[in-house]
Ligand binder design. Sequence first.
Ligand code: C5J
Length: 220
Amino acid sequence: MATVDASPGPFTFDPASTALLVIDMQRDFMEPGGFGETLGNDVAQLRRVIEPTAALLVACRALGLTVIHTREGHLPDLSDCPPAKLNRGEPSMRIGAPGPMGRILIRGEHGHDIIDELAPASDELVIDKPGKGAFYNTSLGDVLAARGIRSLVVTGVTTEVCVHTTVREANDRGYECLVLSDCVGSYFPEFQEAGLRMIAAQGGIFGWVAPSSSFIAALQ
Ligand code: C5J
């Protein structure tokens, strides 16, 4: 067992039953011309998570920890994109529209894939998801059960949307979640702060929060 110095208290985990989850580090959220920018966001806000997440991946891979990446996106015919999502808000381009990185948030397009800096290794799982949560309409639950995973170390974007939804889904399914504060990012600094506080509040209502340095130290 290993223990991380975390908030609201120590997070204890068995590396053999722990997976690193890297959520939606896709060009569509991280780079100009993608889904994030069509919604009016400054994608530069998210770039600070790249370097610590790359270092975290090196540490987890060296120890053989299970690493799972997710990508949010839709089938080319949009049959898995409900109108409530497609028509929401006033984006400059809707999901499926042709953008500079290919059709916005569509599987197989350049913008839908994970950024080069955090590209999955060949033996790492990539779960495509149509929703915000990584469990909704995906094989993630089965994959985790098959591997005996009980604890999730959660990273990715964006903190208050797909990271939060996934952590909440995971809680309801009985997983222990540690969110790494410098490896999750939001377009909104105030949501980043509040999102992290919500996880560890009330004695860890959704889980634990720690910087990646504390998690990496616990792995040594
Ligand atoms: C959003 C996500 N923000 N990956 N998706 O629409 O958080």
